[in-house]
Design a protein around this ligand. Sequence first.
Ligand code: Z5A
Length: 211
Amino acid sequence: MARGTFITFEGGEGCGKSTQVRRLKEALEREGHEVVLTREPGGTWLAEEIRRLIKDQESDAPCDRSELLLFLAARAQLVKNVIRPALDAGKWVVSDRFSDSTLAYQGYGRGLPLGILKEMNAFACENLKPDLTILLDVSPETSQARLHAREAATHTVADRIEQAGDEFHARLRAGFAELAKAEPERIVTIDANGGPNEVWEDVWKSTRRFR
Ligand code: Z5A
């Protein structure tokens, strides 16, 4: 059986990944594909527990290195128990974030060394790489506006990582752009400042070569 197709979505806060991930799953299923949807950190019991520790921990919040190791532990579990088996069964896997987030957030954002992060990423996911990564790029203004609107609508507050300052988010955006420049075949950058339908048209087009 042919291996399935692995697509990941990446980008900064409020870029609209989750919205587009859901649309992609529905559209692929309408075409008759079997699709497994997942997110990082998360997607298994253990990885969801780790997600809670990373995002919501208020006292004794993880330091940069333990944060990295927690993300990698969650990824190793997700790859072994969910992503690999689905790909081996010929399914599509669509993930809301994957290993590029580690390079962008822990590398460009927190300043941990990229070379080591790449090796640790490869170790955690046994060298698995996405076939296609869709990078949704938004300006800081769009990101802020969407997050504020969501907080107001859902009566929630920004989590520990979202609260990192403007400089962190600027490094993050520049980091994602560098990653895309280094791997233009795999990483497709989409201007995601427009409305959901506009962004969706570009997302759908970018998957054409795999369908
Ligand atoms: N992280 C890391 O540091 N290292 C790693 O290795 C990994 C992750 C894997 C996960 O949090 C955090 O972990 C994340 C990175 C870090 N940092 N933070 N914080 P998460 O999963 O809770 O959050 P997120 O990945 O950043 O996603 P998000 O905040 O939920 O946003 P989103 O998925 O990009 O967007 P959305 O939910 O689709 O949309 C956000 C809002 O905008 C929502 O109200 C939508 O209705 C609205 N929206 C969406 N699209 C549009 C358009 N096109 N126009 C207008 N409004 C829109």
